[in-house]
Design a protein around this ligand. Structure first.
Ligand code: SAM
Length: 274
């Protein structure tokens, strides 16, 4: 295994402040409007159902915008992330937005050891599981956090989307990267980030893994959870294929030419049996 944790943490630590300052994350809206919730959680609302009163944990919470949104829907949230700089931003935003949320620094795989008690909701996604080498270990971690009857809610970039050639400009969709989970990571060296920023990044290398949809479902089932929903979507919250997507009224991005070719994201829900 590579030293992926150190490499990826350095990358995320450097992105936290520029992300909090970027128009993409809209952090000031959380401060100005006590009813504001993120576009990501707004999209989830019809599937999320009532979360009020649930004890929830947001795995890989980054700067806390979705964590605060869930707390505004009435869930008693905890945020977890391995990036100290992200959690600094999350704590500062929660304080300014009037949200009382503990944020815990940890690798996802150690979540069971660092968090007390069980949760009625494990929420994650939108660029989360691609940082983890082993989807089965992730699913076992999620299951260990859930109380009987508790549920997993994940909306995530689709593994088909992650497998595409991003530089292709002729309108064709072409699969050039692994769809299935590989032992070795894909190693990328990218100067920028996925939201607007003029910051000049020093930590540009990442180690990432794709996980096929069947692998994800199987991992969830093997961890003892019951699948309660699996829906593929024709939109994604960020401009995943730059220059080839347009923004919808939902503020999500969609492939401009024949979007029906591509599963952009999916929502998977599962429950721990009582
Ligand atoms: C794209 S963000 C996803 C968060 C959320 N969807 C958002 O956009 O705000 C990915 C987050 O995963 C965190 N992360 C990556 N690998 C991790 C790991 N092994 N354990 C815990 N957090 C990790 C990063 O620090 C980053 O905050």
């Amino acid at each position: 295994m590579t030293d992926y944790l150190e490499i990826n943490r350095a990358n995320w630590d450097e992105r936290a402040a520029p992300h909090a300052a970027s128009p993409g994350y809209q952090v000031q809206k959380f401060v100005d409007d006590p009813a504001y919730i993120s576009d990501v959680v707004r999209f989830d609302l019809p599937r999320l159902g009532d979360v009020s009163g649930l004890r929830g944990v947001h795995l890989q919470c980054h700067i806390g915008t979705d964590t605060i949104s869930l707390s505004r829907l009435g869930a008693r949230m905890t945020g977890l992330d391995f990036s100290g700089a992200s959690l600094e931003q999350a704590r500062s935003l929660a304080a300014r937005a009037g949200a009382d949320i503990p944020f815990v620094q940890s690798d996802v795989y150690a979540a069971r050891e660092v968090l007390d008690g069980e949760f009625g909701l494990v929420f994650t996604g939108i660029g989360a599981i691609g940082w983890l080498p082993d989807i089965r270990r992730w699913a076992r971690t999620v299951a260990s956090l859930l109380a009987p009857g508790g549920r997993l809610f994940i909306r995530e970039g689709h593994p088909v989307l992650w497998s595409l050639d991003y530089d292709r400009t002729d309108g064709l969709l072409s699969i050039t990267e692994p769809y299935f989970e590989q032992k070795e990571p894909q190693i990328w060296d990218e100067p920028g980030t996925y939201v607007e920023s003029d910051h000049e990044f020093q930590h540009t290398v990442t180690h990432e893994w794709n996980h096929g949809l069947g692998e994800i479902v199987t991992a969830v089932l093997e961890a003892g959870l019951v699948l309660t929903g699996l829906e593929e979507h024709q939109s994604v919250p960020w401009e995943a294929l730059p220059g080839r997507m347009h923004k919808l009224d939902t503020k999500e991005w969609q492939l401009t030419e024949k979007p029906e070719r591509l599963p952009h994201t999916y929502t998977l829900q599962a429950r721990k049996p009582v």
